[in-house]
Design a protein around this ligand. Structure first.
Ligand code: NAD
Length: 501
């Protein structure tokens, strides 16, 4: 079913969704499979109910998937012209849109997020991402190089580089944007000519499993894309597998470090997109009417479960009191409820485990001396709801200011000078996203180089684009996704040196 209007509540769960939920399967070597027999439940965060029972891939399943990816790489896929790869990717993008409403409902059911977000980001932006990356498949190129070697005398040389697919890619994704993150990895890998084993997060495997069905329907050769489901154990087995050439991971910094260590054991190429603790720096001269959209998109988008969510708000003293009152008003007016009703701004967090993490972080923040500004209640009924919360008085070294809460929670701190703002913004081990809010272009141009962050937004926040490199400084990651550079994550450079006389 094609996607509904973004802001319209679905009239009911689609029958395609209910029938898919009866037996979601993995995809290995072009076949839908249930794996070794172990299973786990996927829950609906809106009420805690069990949505589906899903295979838990063991080592043998992971081995099958990697072998299938290898066979495809050595067979049909490497023999296929790049233009055909483009066509298949475009077909997959169309299928995502054609089945968009079903995918959006599935995403909201498993993740809890607003159906509007599922439609706009998980579905439509994923389809656009595939189309963008599909275009690069036919534009991979090397260079010709003059070389200065003169041995033996009289011999001439010309060198050139070839870009070749790195091989079998293990793609491991988090739960916060499940379909979108899967596409961010699969699309450049396929454009580069790699094959993929995708392991989605155990909280939200369903849209990746449905994507696997669409991969088959699009006509990709068997084994080009494989999807195995399971927890961190399945992910670890995939990372360690000797048949994997490249690991691309998005998730927490803690897991990223473990994966990086394992990757280096085998000297495998690795891209890590990790956590964040983004500052939003509001100067006295900002357009105060932007404060609402700034916090709506910057802080509370996806119920704060966004890696570059603004979680540390720094406000210059001249506007501090006015901004504080405005922020309190804005946050108090946010509606809290299930994601299937697009009228709600704050939805349940993804799981019971994460609910505990967020509520504990809030309690610890208060115990550490931070002052909560709001006292909002959440709906009853078994869902994993957390009220949005803003804190003042948080200490710079406290956990609330240093660790990811990954929920609808932010701190507010006043500052005097630009130098103070820069020091505060950089006072974290993370460096994924940051934003600066001012009308002064000179200030912007001087501040941007001083902020240690993979992206700095100016008078905006949390706006990734497929053409704009995205990734982290410091402990927020290694490498960049998006743009033409994303393909380099999946390509090896081979130098070819030709002697002639
Ligand atoms: P997580 O690290 O717990 O899990 C991510 C994935 O890794 C899951 O699929 C999980 O099963 C798998 N995994 C866990 N242990 C593993 C191991 N030892 N070996 C291999 N795989 C393993 O992260 P999460 O809680 O799912 O996601 C939230 C985190 O993701 C946050 O820290 C957030 O900031 C980060 N994130 C970053 C970006 C980015 O682009 N930088 C984007 C989205 C989310």
């Amino acid at each position: 079913m094609r996607i509904g209007a973004p802001d319209q509540a679905p009239s009911g769960i689609s029958t395609d969704v209910t029938s898919f939920l009866r037996k979601p399967q993995m995809l290995i070597g072009g076949k839908s499979v249930s794996g070794s027999g172990e299973t786990f439940d996927v829950h609906n965060p809106a009420d805690g109910s069990v949505l589906a029972n899903v295979p838990s891939a063991g080592k043998a399943d992971v081995d099958d998937a990697v072998k299938a990816a290898r066979a495809a790489l050595d067979g049909a896929w490497s023999g296929m012209p790049a233009a055909e790869r483009t066509r298949l990717m475009l077909k997959l993008a169309d299928l995502i849109e054609e089945n968009g409403e079903e995918l959006a409902q599935l995403e909201t059911l498993e993740n809890g997020k607003s159906i509007m977000m599922s439609r706009l980001i998980e579905v439509l932006s994923s389809a656009e991402y595939l189309r963008y990356m599909a275009g690069w498949a036919t534009k991979i190129r090397g260079e010709t190089l003059d070389v200065s070697i003169a041995i033996p005398p009289g011999t001439k040389y010309t060198a050139f580089t070839r870009k070749e697919p790195v091989g079998v890619v293990a793609a491991i994704t988090p739960w916060n944007f499940p379909l979108n993150m899967a596409v961010w990895k699969i699309a450049p890998a396929l454009a580069a000519g790699c094959t993929v084993v995708l392991k989605p997060a155990e909280e939200t495997p369903l849209t990746s499993m449905r994507l696997a069905e669409l991969v088959r329907e699009a006509g990709f050769p068997d084994g080009v894309v494989n999807v195995v489901t399971g927890d961190g154990g399945t992910g670890a087995a995939l990372v360690k597998h000797p048949g994997v050439n490249k690991i691309t991971f998005t998730g927490s910094t803690e897991t990223g470090k473990l994966i990086g260590i394992q990757a280096m054991q085998d000297v495998k190429s690795v891209t890590l997109e990790l956590g964040g603790k983004a500052p939003m720096v509001f100067f006295d001269d900002m357009d105060l009417s932007l404060l609402g959209p700034a916090t709506g998109i910057g802080v509370f988008l996806n119920t704060g479960q966004t890696c570059c969510a603004g979680t540390r708000l720094y406000i210059q003293k001249g506007i501090y009191e006015e901004a504080l009152a405005t922020l309190k008003g804005i946050v108090s007016s946010l509606s809290i409820g299930p994601g299937l009703d697009p009228a709600h701004h704050i939805n349940p967090v993804v799981s019971a485990k994460h609910h505990k993490h967020v509520t504990s972080a809030v309690k610890k923040g208060i115990a550490d001396g931070a002052t909560p500004l709001l006292d909002l209640s959440v709906p009853n009924g078994g869902g994993y709801f957390v009220a949005p919360q803003l804190f003042t008085d948080a200490r710079s070294g406290s956990s609330l200011m240093q660790d990811e809460v990954f929920g609808p929670v932010a701190t507010i701190t006043p500052f005097d000078s630009e130098d103070e703002a820069v020091a505060m913004a950089n006072d974290t081990r993370f460096g994924l996203g940051a934003s600066v809010w001012t009308r002064d272009i000179n200030r912007v141009m001087n501040l941007v180089p001083r902020i240690k962050s993979g992206t700095v937004w100016v008078n905006s926040h949390n706006i990734p684009d497929q053409n704009m490199p995205f990734g982290g400084f410091k402990q927020s990651g290694l490498g960049r996704e998006h743009g033409s550079g994303a393909l380099d994550n999946y390509l090896e450079t081979k130098s070819v040196c030709v002697a002639y006389s």
